[in-house]
Write a protein that binds this ligand. Structure first.
Ligand code: GLN
Ligand code: ZN
Length: 758
């Protein structure tokens, strides 16, 4: 194997989502597990060959998983929660991932700042763990049988512990002494596979702010692992941010190489001296593993040359910045994409060729005729992207450079009085978060219209009929502030992306989100503008059907940004500003059309938070700025709502307040009022709608339950400050669930109002 270039990991869902399809068939009992294993083997073999053909030196095994690598690691260590005891093999594995009739699934959460979700291992000090290295060993052998010698990917012990939870709420790192010996045993077993085996140990936890007591575990951990076998060469891999603290320790351990991300962790440059001194290999993450843009090969080679001013070239290995798991597979199936735009893109398979070319250029190897041509076309594509009028819109740039009004007029205290006079809603006003169930009929109408099976008139009629139903239900139910139900939206980001200039869409740009689930984020390639109003017709139609207040529904700039692939030739804060201006125009058009309340959802505001505390102020600064900019056109009497899909506000409550929305609805239904205490403790001024029931479950909450929940809310916030609503949009629920739930919610409010004598 040539030791010059390196792929941290490869996506596994399959370029036509083969793994997704076979898993879902298996779960539906339409096929057996042998079929799943067969597809998995085919995919692994295909992915190894892609990498081999591209000339990649370090190719991973064990980056594949039937569900998730953290789950695989828990199973490997025998960290099986009590409720799954008695199950075995695939039955056990999928029960842990998805639950079964007797046991709820394990928790799932976001992998660092990506949209990939891992299964959170559950640990307890009384557990006894035992190693099962079967999957790790078999994957290596499987690759070998395909003629590919791989490095073995493992999730590191410190990251495993850092991301797990203790069911007794203790510190997971206390279990270090139990877990480490199993990893040592694993390294020993791996050492018997060959005279030389490379093992990549992923420790992305090192890129977060690290506590001294955890930092102190790094040396004993890696001393022990490196000493476990003479045949194994260990590479510690980090990504998504810098890892300077951990690197300073790792250089004093016997690890063979250290992987650093130079794209999302600029500060890693500060570690170069120490690495150079140590004589260790540097796995230099320079090819973006998290976006879809064609690499600028000249720029990347220049970056490597900068690194080579400190670290000896012979010790540099050219790598992806992270696993390619976070990019789609291949451009091969993008048949409908505009040719100019497509020429700017590169998915995982295309990135392999780029990586190979970069390392050849950097190491000064001679290029074949095809490679010379590829380099020329890479230069041309980058030049076209730099200069294209599709990307650079003078009018947008001028407007963003000369913004004079960054926020709305009037302070909150003044606005809210004007709004109460104008809107006349009672304390504990009832509303919903925006969407109503997306029925098969609604989905079909949207699909048929997209495919040209029905014309626009038929489509508009179908949507309007649905809006009529939503309005009629809400009126009958007694809800006070109504919504139109969002039938025209497939997705809260895609819907806006499709109408904004500067946005692109793929046919097959699927990225794994969790288990068999994938998302297909739209991508921002150019300056963003809004050719025409995006929601006004639907909302004004809905308003025309009722005398009650119809709430307009928009997605905020930060969420649109966080759920898209974003151009890499402009700071995110600039892109966000452009989106904010487009939303600002929409807010203005809505209020001119007579809409009195407008909700600007920021569902993904929190997930955009940087991994390092040092970077948080900067993010908060522009994220808050752009939310305020997006609603800066709202008159004092226009009430601005926002919605956020999470409940952990404690550390960001001042930031939320600074966004200055008049009303915020949040998810708290599952946590009682514990999390809400913060509002009372720190004194929060704006109005709040803490979700009173959990929409993520099909369960229908009883009137009594909701009354009890409202009582709890009243313990922390006065009724004048409270709104009553479910905790998120209802699009994934069925009408049979939604109707009685909302009826109960309205009844509960009536009861509480009577109690309060209101
Ligand atoms: N308005 C959106 C809806 O109701 C909000 C969705 C969300 O918060 N994820 O569907
Ligand atoms: Zn939500």
């Amino acid at each position: 194997m040539s030791h010059k270039n390196y792929v941290i990991g490869f996506p596994r869902i399959g370029e036509q989502r083969e793994l997704k399809k076979v898993l879902e068939k298996y779960w539906a009992k339409e096929t057996d597990f042998a079929e799943v294993k067969k597809v998995a083997s085919e995919l692994k073999a295909r992915h190894w060959h892609y990498q081999k053909e591209a000339g990649i030196g370090f190719i991973a095994s064990n980056d594949f998983s039937l569900y998730d690598n953290m789950l695989d690691t828990a199973v490997m260590l025998g960290a099986i929660p009590e409720r799954f005891k008695g199950l075995q093999n695939e039955e056990l594995y999928f029960a842990m991932a998805r639950g079964n009739k007797d046991a709820v699934a394990m928790e799932m959460t976001k992998w660092f700042n990506t949209n990939y979700h891992y299964i959170v291992p559950e640990l307890h000090p009384n557990d006894s763990y035992a190693l099962d290295a079967g999957k790790v060993i078999n994957d290596y052998k499987e690759a070998q049988a395909q003629g590919v010698t791989t490095k073995i990917n493992l999730i590191g012990p410190l990251t495993f512990l850092g991301l797990s939870k203790r069911t007794d709420r203790g510190d997971t790192y206390e279990l270090f002494g139990k877990i480490l010996p199993l990893y040592e045993q694993l390294i020993k077993e791996i050492g018997t596979l060959d005279e030389e085996v490379f093992v990549q140990i992923d420790e992305p936890i090192f890129v977060k702010d690290i506590e001294p007591k955890h930092l102190s575990l790094i040396k004993p951990c890696y001393d022990a692992l490196c000493n476990a076998s003479d045949n194994v060469k260990i590479i510690v891999s980090t990504y998504f941010e810098h890892a300077v603290e951990a690197t300073a320790v790792l250089v004093h351990t016997p690890v063979w190489g250290i992987g650093l991300d130079f794209l999302y962790g600029e500060k890693n440059f500060e570690s170069l001296e120490a690495i150079a001194h140590s004589g260790k290999k540097l796995i230099a993450g320079v090819l973006d593993g998290r976006n879809i843009w064609k690499n600028d090969i000249d720029a990347t080679v220049a970056l490597l040359e900068k690194i080579a001013q400190v670290v000896n070239t012979s010790n540099i290995i050219v790598s992806t910045s992270s696993s390619l798991l976070h990019t789609p597979f291949t451009l091969k199936y993008e048949e409908k994409m505009d040719a100019e735009v497509k020429n700017w893109l590169s998915y995982a398979v295309e990135k392999l060729d780029e990586l190979s070319l970069i390392s050849k250029c950097f190491f000064g190897e001679s290029l074949s005729e095809a490679e010379t041509a590829a380099l020329a076309s890479n230069r041309a594509a980058n030049k076209s992207r730099r200069n294209s009028v599709r990307i650079h819109d003078k009018a947008v740039q001028e407007r963003t450079a000369t913004i004079s009004k960054w926020e709305r007029e009037g302070v909150y205290e003044e606005r809210i009085n004007i709004q109460h006079d104008a809107l006349k809603y009672q304390p504990l006003a009832t509303t919903t978060i925006g969407s109503f169930p997306q029925t098969p009929k609604v989905r079909k109408a949207r699909r048929d219209f997209k495919q040209g099976i029905i014309d626009e008139a038929a489509y508009v009629k179908a949507m309007r009929d649905y809006i009529d139903e939503c309005v009629a239900f809400q009126e009958a139910c007694g809800l006070e502030i109504l919504v139109h139900g969002e039938p025209e939206r497939n997705d809260m980001v895609e819907y806006f992306g499709e109408q904004l200039k500067g946005y692109g869409f793929s046919q097959n740009g699927w990225v794994q989100s969790y288990g068999s689930r994938c998302v297909k984020p739209p991508f921002i390639y150019g300056d963003i503008s809004r050719p025409k109003p995006m929601t006004v017709e639907w909302i004004t139609y809905a308003q025309s059907k009722t005398d009650k207040i119809m709430k307009g529904m928009l997605t905020g700039p930060v969420t649109i940004l966080n759920w898209s692939f974003v151009r890499d030739d402009l700071p995110r804060s600039e892109v966000s500003k452009q989106i904010a201006l487009a939303i600002c125009d929409e807010v203005n058009d809505l209020q001119h059309a007579g809409i009195k309340i407008i909700q600007v959802d920021e569902a993904a505001f929190k997930e955009g938070y940087p991994l390092r505390n040092a970077n948080i102020p900067e993010y908060e600064n522009w994220a808050v700025r752009d939310f305020k900019l997006a609603v800066s056109s709202a008159r004092k009497e226009t009430q601005i709502h926002t919605h956020m899909c999470y409940s952990e506000f404690n550390d960001i409550i001042r930031t939320i307040e600074a966004m200055d929305a008049d009303v915020i609805s949040i998810e708290t239904a599952r946590s009682g009022n514990e999390l809400l205490k913060i509002f009372a403790e720190v004194g929060y001024k704006q109005e709040v709608g803490p979700g009173v029931y959990d929409i993520h479950s099909p369960r229908i909450p009883s009137v009594e339950e909701i009354v009890a929940q409202i009582h709890k809310l009243l313990e922390v916030l006065p009724k004048e400050q409270l709104w009553i609503n479910p905790d998120c949009g209802l699009k994934t629920r069925k009408w049979e669930e939604v109707k009685p739930s909302l009826e109960n919610m309205v009844k509960a409010v009536q009861i509480v109002r009577e109690e309060l004598g209101a």
